[in-house]
Write a protein that binds this ligand. Structure first.
Ligand code: GDP
Length: 453
């Protein structure tokens, strides 16, 4: 990379500090022209030191700043880097950035600093993606998994397997020049055994895909129930604060109310719906339409019922709205006298009794929600790796190619065909870390980043 890029790396808005980052061969030269300090010029400063000074344009001070000098290759991008900490706010950081651009820097594209770290070989694609996951993590658990990937835990797993498969392919390819020399049966069996072992290890990684999806994308949970059963109260009890308005009048939550909460590390998007009852009120019917939509996009339904009231067939109508979705029946108001007796045709699977008002059963409900979501998706062992859908596609393709290779070995196909097939699998595996990634894939990954990262 022979040009120098610059961007504001902190969010735009009011804040104590804003950071302008400059990376590339002219970073120090540019800093020399805009930063003035009694201690000398940035290009003379020792690496990894920070200095007080002023940013001056045409004799006018723009701000008093702290400037950090980071010499290649021990920097985020592995290039010469300057970071200027100025006062937060919309105008100051922009003025300093403009000054950098005026003196020869180019405005960085989204994710370009991280892209440079990748292109300069400091990190691989899984680590670059981890940077993004870390920024976007919505729960502590998601953050920890991302931090592990950033450390290179997924990279190490992929590299190990890549090297094993690569040795096998090289071995087969070495035999290509001597087609008359068949691989002896014992060696063939050993090859099949090793390939099967590789498949198992890749399948193990593949099982972490669901967990990855849950942690990255979260899960939509919708609260439904007849008016006044305590949906809003439940929402508040789960959130531990007054998010939706609770009143004793039916139909007070006229629209859907949404909030995010963390249940055992799962980012949950909780949606409280308006009562599903026939209405002529415009605002409420709009809310009901939104509620139908909320149910359709959700992965789990909390069907709230008032245990202090007799059963009503309207519950069946409600059930028709979500039919095949996983559901937990939440019997609310257990602090009151219980009158609810479900008829035999209203079967109840998962259920929990709560009082949204005094908090009874709320923890049990949270446990149930988390169990239902994690069920069968994390497996027995708690892996610290959670792959994303891109990794998943590459892994599946590698597994397919190795399986084909095994079939070919068993049916005595030529080494040439077998090694060709395994080579394709190897390339897919290399796509995960970026070894064999095309320009398109790389562009796609980094375009999802924010400016300044
Ligand atoms: P929604 O229409 O389903 O959202 O119901 P709300 O949450 O607005 O609650 C309706 C009424 O039921 C309010 O007066 C709440 O205070 C009351 N309520 C909610 N949960 C409980 C509970 O667990 N016990 C009792 N006794 N009252 C509750």
């Amino acid at each position: 990379m022979n040009d120098t890029i610059a961007a504001i790396s902190t969010p735009i808005g009011l804040g104590g500090i804003a950071i302008i980052r400059i990376s590339g061969p002219q970073a120090f030269e540019i800093a020399d022209q805009i930063f003035f300090s009694v201690h000398g010029k940035p290009s003379q400063f020792t690496s990894h030191t920070i200095h007080y000074g002023r940013i001056i344009e045409n004799g006018t001070t723009i701000d008093e700043v702290m400037l950090t000098i980071l010499r290649a290759p021990r920097t985020y991008t592995a290039e010469d880097t300057v970071e200027i900490n100025c006062h937060g706010g919309m105008i100051t950081a922009k003025s300093i950035l403009n000054l950098c651009l005026k003196h020869g820097a180019r405005l960085a594209e989204p994710g370009e600093f991280t892209k440079r770290a990748f292109l300069n070989g400091r990190i691989d694609l899984t680590q670059a993606e981890a940077v993004m996951d870390l920024i976007q993590a919505r729960t502590e658990r998601a953050q920890i998994v991302a931090a592990h990937a950033l450390e290179g835990r997924l990279l190490i797993r992929i590299e190990e397997t890549y090297n094993r498969l690569s040795k096998i392919v090289a071995h087969l390819e070495a035999h290509l020049d001597f087609p008359e020399e068949d691989i002896p049966p014992a060696a063939r069996d050993q090859l099949v055994f090793n390939l099967q072992d590789i498949i198992e290890s890749l399948q193990d990684l593949l099982t972490t895909a669901d967990k990855g999806q849950i942690l990255r994308e979260g899960v939509q949970v919708v609260i439904i129930g007849r008016p006044n059963v305590g949906k809003s109260s439940l929402m508040n009890a789960l959130l531990g604060k007054d998010r939706s308005i609770v009143t004793p009048l039916p139909g007070t939550t006229r629209d859907t109310v949404e909030a995010t909460l963390d249940i055992n590390g799962i980012p949950i998007q909780l949606i409280d719906t308006a009562g599903f009852r026939k209405t002529t009120g415009l605002a409420e019917s709009f809310g009901i339409e939104r509620s139908h939509k909320a149910v359709s996009i959700s992965q789990l339904v909390l069907h709230v019922l008032d245990i202090s009231k007799p059963y009503n067939d309207a519950e069946l109508e409600l059930r028709n709205l979500y039919l095949k979705k996983p559901v937990i029946y939440v019997f609310n108001k257990v602090d009151k006298k219980q009158k609810f007796v479900p008829p035999t045709y209203f079967d109840i699977t998962e259920s929990v009794k709560i009082s949204a008002i005094n908090g009874t059963g709320i923890n049990e409900l949270k446990e149930k929600i988390s169990k239902l979501i994690w069920h069968g998706k994390v497996g027995e062992h708690e892996s610290d790796i959670a792959i994303n859908s891109r990794h998943s596609i590459c892994l599946s393709s590698t597994i397919n190619n190795i399986s084909q290779g095994i079939n070919m070995l068993n049916s005595g196909e030529s080494n040439e065909l077998i090694s060709h097939c395994l080579r394709i699998g190897l390339n897919s595996l290399g796509e995960i870390t970026g070894k064999n990634a095309t320009e398109d894939i790389i562009t796609q990954i980094f375009s999802r980043f924010c400016i300044g990262k």
